[in-house]
Design a protein around this ligand. Structure first.
Ligand code: MD3
Ligand code: FE
Length: 222
């Protein structure tokens, strides 16, 4: 389950009830005050993924408190229950995997007890949506990123820190999966080359697209 140093995949970590709670919450956050939207990039591009943020608004390529590229509204607060979930995610991915190497990632700057994510980026993928290879480097912190996947499966591409091309590893992410990216993997290139339409379970209300929630520490104040 350790894909690379600091990059740990925990399949099926979220319970069905947690996934359903997150879907309901995401539907609510997507309505506003800042509605979910296809982010416009400064180069004129438009992302195929739709995104809504909590805590801080990701406005490519900076974090702000108000969504000046959407409607100017202040973003929804990050609820404390998501901060708690992020800490439990670090325990599951790092401490529980290898108690001897407990709290190795990132090197002692952040343990599950001090991990305090201040932003969540919620991405919705329809059948055609993709995310190109990129690094997440708008945060002023090397604390781990926690990723939660819900709904349709996808191919997640985990690369290297030097280039957006090979070598990379393709991994299937399914509903309920946790992935944590810390330490040497925090600034690796990654992307989502394809979703697998129709692979979510309609019986549980988890069909019709893919949700990914990432928890991050921006390192910003105010
Ligand atoms: C590895 N999201 O929001 S989650 C993103 O599935 C993003 O929506 C993808 O990439 C998605 O920036 C991938 C996995 C992920 C998230 C953040 C990372 C992997 C990461 C940050 C550093 C390294
Ligand atoms: Fe990313």
């Amino acid at each position: 389950r350790e894909i690379a140093p600091g990059a740990v995949h925990v399949p099926g970590w979220l319970t069905l009830a947690q996934q359903q709670t997150l879907v309901v919450a995401c539907r609510d956050w997507a309505r506003g005050p800042v509605p979910i939207r296809h982010t416009k990039l400064p180069n004129g591009g438009v992302m195929s993924v739709q995104t809504v943020c909590l805590g801080w608004h990701w406005q490519p390529y900076a974090y702000t408190r108000t969504a000046d590229d959407v409607n100017g509204a202040r973003v929804t607060e990050l609820p404390s229950w998501l901060v708690e979930l992020g800490r439990k995610a670090l325990v599951a991915a790092y401490r529980d995997q290898d108690p001897a190497a407990a709290d190795t990632y990132p090197p002692h700057t952040c343990t599950p007890d001090t991990y305090t994510p201040d932003t969540a980026l919620i991405n919705f993928y329809d059948d055609q949506a993709k995310m190109g290879m990129h690094q997440d480097k708008d945060e002023r912190s090397d604390a781990p990123v926690v990723s939660l996947s819900i709904g349709d499966r996808c191919v997640f591409r985990f690369g290297n820190t030097a280039t957006r091309t090979k070598p990379y590893t393709d991994i299937e992410l399914a509903s309920g999966d946790l992935f944590v990216f810390g330490g040497p993997s925090r600034f690796a290139y990654h992307g989502v080359p394809k979703v697998r339409p129709g692979t979510g379970d309609p019986a549980t209300g988890l069909a019709g697209g893919r949700l990914n929630i990432t928890l991050r520490m921006t390192g910003l104040k105010g």
